[in-house]
Design a binder for this molecule. Structure first.
Ligand code: NIG
Ligand code: FE
Length: 415
């Protein structure tokens, strides 16, 4: 597919309802709205009756009463990997826990084996259908982590695939270096030596190649300690790279407070987040990324502290955490439903969670996650009456029209 050949979205889009939260915090729904796109950017939006005369003669796009949201942002994925792990799902159904599977040599390192065995082109080919599924639901910006290579060569391959996908599909891709995802088998018992490799060789080399937008660590009993996490953060800071953290997923390691001290963009999972962690995130402006897919798939019962995050005013994002071990979902809409049903987010919260706050978790808040003049045209026309429908339907693929990077990349059926 050559995205440059897709139709331009330039012109006046009419007969739209702007969704709640679409234009900024607490923005209300706006019926009978118009939106102008010029040179691939939003030039104007507001009540149709206020459309400036200068735009009146531009090409018209019929919105057919659709609800418009900003392009969705999936701010936490492990999309590039080889193989799949359905066998481990079966083991867990037979009684093993996620930690049991990991300790028995499965888990992340089994995806490492399959990822290392694939060539760059094979990894790209395996990832394309996964990316396409997310894009078909209106995702216009996505984070893709490494972490299934765990050597300089193989982490590079993963990150290169992520960059190529961004170019090939005309979608904003933010790459996150997750070299400290698991201890590779060849470093068994030598955790410090591996962290040194991550900090002193892998991260500087990959940053120099322009492959890293942010740095992440899996801080957990089955992964890396708080002290090791801090070493990785120090190396990132020295290179001027922002950090984020897989924090307090299975236990309270104190990772969120540490990450906040390093000005982290986000702390993700956070089922076991403490009051101190929440306060530190609030002070640092760190986004809480909620991952209900992993919570569901692992049959977790320890809820993230939603009420306390809400009370503290910590921005909450919602993401797929797509990965082969704990969240093999390819639907951000389904995650919206789960964030509401399992975590009790409200509709405005979940809308902000997959748009504005998700963009903030990637440092993209100036360009993505809300509709405003001057921003690149990334928006979705949904065939729904009520914004709540986006979180309400289960497993339904709405027939939406998608504008991504100023191109109409999907058009709803015209009835
Ligand atoms: O986000 N928590 C760590 N990393 C992934 C799981 C990766 C895997 O099991 O392959 C996650 O849930
Ligand atoms: Fe993850």
């Amino acid at each position: 597919m050559n995205v440059q050949e897709l139709p331009s979205a330039d012109g006046v889009w009419t007969d739209l309802t702007l969704a709640p939260e679409a234009c900024g915090p607490s923005s209300a729904a706006l019926p009978d709205a118009a939106l102008v796109v010029a040179h691939g950017h939003i030039a104007w939006l507001g009540p149709r009756t206020d459309l400036p005369a200068a735009y009146a003669d531009l090409r018209r796009h019929e919105g057919q009463g659709a609800l418009v949201t900003p392009g969705l942002v999936d701010c936490h994925t492990h999309l590039v990997y080889g193989g799949q792990r359905a066998n481990e799902f079966a083991m867990r159904l037979a009684g093993a826990s996620y930690e049991d599977v990991a300790r028995a040599g499965g888990g992340i390192v089994s995806s490492v084996r399959a990822t290392r065995a694939a060539s760059e082109d094979e990894l790209l080919a395996q990832t394309v259908p996964r990316l396409q599924a997310l894009l078909d639901e209106g995702v216009c910006a996505i984070e893709i982590k490494s972490g299934y290579g765990l050597s300089l060569e193989h982490e590079r391959t993963q990150l290169r695939v992520a960059r190529r996908l961004g170019e090939q599909f005309g979608v904003t891709v933010r790459t996150t270096f997750l070299g400290a995802h698991a201890l590779p088998p060849d470093y068994a018992g030598r955790s410090q030596a591996y962290i040194d490799l991550v900090c002193q060789e892998m991260m500087p080399a990959l940053a120099a190649e322009g492959l890293i937008d942010a740095v992440d660590v899996f801080c957990e009993r089955i992964a890396f300690t708080l002290a090791e996490t801090e070493q990785v953060f120090q190396a990132a800071q020295a290179l001027g790279l922002p950090v984020k953290l897989h924090a307090e997923q299975l236990s309270d390691m104190g990772g969120a407070a540490l990450a906040a001290r390093y000005g982290a963009l986000s702390c993700d999972h956070i089922e076991h987040l403490s009051a101190e962690g929440i306060a530190a995130m609030q002070r640092a402006g760190t986004v809480a990324v909620l991952l209900p897919g992993a919570y569901y798939f692992l049959r977790d019962t320890h809820l993230p502290p939603i009420a306390a995050l809400r009370a503290a005013g910590v921005p909450m994002a919602v993401s797929t955490d797509h990965n082969p071990g704990t969240s093999p979902t390819l639907s951000l809409l389904l995650m919206m439903n789960m964030a509401c049903t399992l975590f009790r987010l409200t509709v405005p919260e979940v809308l902000a969670g997959v748009t504005r706050h998700a963009a903030q978790a990637l440092g993209l808040q100036q360009s993505h996650g809300s509709l405003a003049a001057g921003r690149p045209a990334n928006f979705v026309l949904w065939p729904v009456q009520d914004a709540a429908e986006l979180a309400y339907w289960l497993g339904h693929k709405p027939d939406c029209t998608i504008v991504r990077q100023g191109r109409v990349v999907r058009t709803a059926r015209q009835d």
